[in-house]
Design a protein around this ligand. Sequence first.
Ligand SMILES: O=c1ccn([C@@H]2O[C@H](COP(=O)(O)OP(=O)(O)O[C@H]3O[C@H](CO)[C@@H](O)[C@H](O)[C@H]3O)[C@@H](O)[C@H]2O)c(=O)[nH]1
Ligand SMILES: [Mn+2]
Length: 735
Amino acid sequence: MEGREKRLPLNALHVQKLLLIVNRLHMLLHSTALALLLYYRVSFVFQPTETREGHELLPWLLVSASEAILSFVWVLDQAFRWRPVSRSVYPERLPEDHKLSPIDVFICTADPTKEPTLDVINTVLSSMALDYPPNKLHVYLSDDAASPLTLHAVREACKFARCWLPFCRRYRLNNRCPKAYFSALEDHAHADFARSSLYVADKRRIKEKYEALEEEIKTFRNDTAFSRDHPSVIEMIEESMIDDVENVKMPLLVYVSREKMASHPHHFKAGALNVLLRVSRVMSNSPYILVLDCDMFCNDPTSARYAMCFHLDPNMSSSLSFVQFPQKFHNISKNDIYDSQLRSLFTLQWQGMDGLMGPVMSGTGFYIKRASLFGNCGSKGSDLLQQKDQFPSSNELIGSLHRNYTSDSIPHQKHSLLEESHFLASCNYEIGTKWGEEVGFLYYSVVEDYLTGFMLHCNGWSSVFCEPSRPQFLGKATTNLNDVLIQGTRWYSGLFENGINRFCPLIYWPRRIPFLQCLCFAWLTYFPLYCVPLWCLATVPQLSLLNGIPLYPKVSDPFFIVFVFIFVSALVKHLLEVSLTGGTVHKWINEQRIWMMKSVTCHLHGCLDALLKKFGIREATFLPTNKLESDEQSVLYEMDKYDFRTSNIFIAPLLFIISVNIYCLVGGVYRVLLVGECDKMFIQLFLAVFIVTVNYPLIEGLLRKDKGRISKLVAIPVILPTLALLPFLNLLGNA
Ligand SMILES: O=c1ccn([C@@H]2O[C@H](COP(=O)(O)OP(=O)(O)O[C@H]3O[C@H](CO)[C@@H](O)[C@H](O)[C@H]3O)[C@@H](O)[C@H]2O)c(=O)[nH]1
Ligand SMILES: [Mn+2]
C-alpha cells in the first residue's frame, strides 16, 4: 500500500571491524603471556624451599598478588574492547514536528559560590534554544542552594530569551549558548546570513542585551546568608510573559528549589532529580527527559532530534531507556596533563559497551525515557500504579500517570499545580515510598548515574551511545590537580562501594545482562583497586633490589621475554588507543603519568573511603566540583605544568614513592657495580628507572619557582624521614 511505504531507518549501527580484529588479536597474545606469567609465579610456590635460593617469600607474594590484581582488572577491561561500534543518525527522516514527542530538560545546580550563576543561566538558555518545537520543550532548573541570585538570574534570563531564541532561529545559529557564541572566534550563524548587514546589526543589538544581563547578575546584591534549611520555592518563570506582543513561542521555564532540612538526608543530585521528576510530572509530563549538569551547555542545537532518531526507532524504542552523549569539555589543553577529558571512558569504552547493551549513564548529556525510571522494561511503569504507597496521597501525580501531555492547560490550573508541586518537593514526601530505592534516580551511591544506569540495564532496559563529530554538549572539566584528585576520590569511592555491596556486578549479575556487559560494570567498580598493585610495585621490588632479593626472572631466563612482552604490549596498546582517539605521544605519556599519580592517591583514598562507609564509620558526601575560572591555574595547565597546590594527603604519598625509587635506584646501581648480578636484578632496576621517569614532573615540581611548585614545607618533612629510614631497612635485610 502506498501510504504505508516502509520508512527509511532513522539510525545505523557500524561495527568497527578493523579495531575489533586488532583488539581480539591483542587479547589473545596478551592473555597468553599473562597465563605464562601466572604459571611462572605459581610454579615458584610449589618449588622445594632449597631451590628458591635468595627469594624471600613475602615480597614475592606481594608482587604476585599485584600482578594478579592487574591481570584481573585487565581481563575485565577487555569486555569494552570486544565489539566496538559506532552509530550514525538521519534526523532529516524524523516525522514532522507535530508528531514529535515532548521533552523535559532537567538542569541541576547546587552552590552559587562554586558554580557561577552566569554559566548556569547559559546552560538554561542553550537548552531553551534547542532545535525542537518550543511548545514541546520544558526546562526545569533545580537549585539546591535556594539562592535568590539564581532565581533572579533565571527571571532575567527568561526576558533575554525572548530575543535570544528568535535570533538563534532566524540566523540558524549552530551554537546557541550566548557566552560561547559571543566569545567564539568564528561566527556561528548559518553561511547564508553570516555576511548580511542585517545580521551584523542584530548581533550587536543582542550582544548589548547579553552584556546587560551579565551586568545584572554581577551587581545583584545577595543579602541572605546561605542556609542548609530552606522551604521549597517553585516558580513558573514563563507566566509573566504571556501578554507578549511579538508572540514569541517559548519553552516553559520552571525554577524549582526543593525543601531542605538538616535533619533529612537530601541525597544530593539524585534527590534533586527525583524532585524534578515529580514536579515535572504534574506540569508537563513529557515522555523524554534531557538531564544536564549546570556547567554542561548545549553546544549544538541538534541533540534532541538526534536522540529522537533512537527513541522513535520502532526497532529499538520499546526497550531503549536512554541515549547518552559523551561528556566533552571546552577547557581542555592540547596535552591535557591530568587527562581531564577522561579520554578512554568517553570514547573507546562507551563505544565498546554500546556494542553490547549500551553505555553507562554518565550523569549529564543523556535523553532518558521517563517510563524507564518507573519500572521494568515491558511493564511501562504501570505496575507502580498498583502500589499506591509510592505516591502518598498525591492524587494529582497518580492522575498524571494516566494523563497525556498537559502544557496547554497549565495556565488554567496554575494555582493547584503549584500547591501540588510544593508538596511533591517537600522533605517528608519520600518517607515510606520507594523513591530512590526502586523509583527514579537511586540513592545508595554518590555515583547515582552509574548505579541508576546499572539497575536500568538489570531491569532489561538498554542504552545507546551517540557521538556526532561536533560535540553536542560542552562542560567544564577539572583542570588542576587538587580538583582532579578530590573529584576522583568521590568517584572511586562511589564506584568501589558498588563493587563491595549488594550491587556487586559479578555477584548480582542478573538474568538480563549479557556476561560481557557485566564485566564492563565490574571493571568500573574494581579499577580503583589499581591502588594496591601500584603501591606494591612502586616499593616492594625497589626495596628488594636494595637488599639483593630478586623477584623477577634473570635476563637469560626464557620467562624474561614474557615479562618484557607484557610490559611492551600494554604500553603499545595504550599508545595505539590514544592515537586512534586523536591523541599525541605527549598525551600518551601524560596519561601514564596521571594514572600512576591518581592510583597511589585518590584511588587509595576512594577505596578506603568506601570501606569506612561500609563499616559505618563515614558518611557519604558530595562536594560539587569547583567551576570557577582561575587564570593563574589555567595558565599552568595550558603550559603542561602540574599544579601541586593540593592537600598534603595527596602530595605526601607521591613524594614518598619518588624518594624511595630514587634512593633504591642509586643504591641498586651501586650494588650492581659492587656485587654484579645485573642479570638477576635487571627488571627491578628497570622498574625504578621507569617510575622515576614517569614521575619526573614531581622532581621538576620540587625545583620549579612558580606558584604551583611543591612547597619545601611539605617536601622536607616527607623526604628526609624517608631517606633516613631506608638505610635502616637495608641493614635489616642484610642482617
Ligand atoms: O547536592 C548536590 C550536589 C550536586 N548537584 C549537581 O550535580 C551536578 C554534578 O556535580 P559536579 O560537582 O559537577 O560533579 P562532577 O564530579 O563533575 O559530576 C560528574 O559525576 C557525578 C557523579 O559523581 C554526576 O552526577 C555528574 O553528572 C558527572 O558530571 C552539578 O550540576 C551539581 O550542581 C546537585 O544538584 N545537588
Ligand atoms: Mn561537573
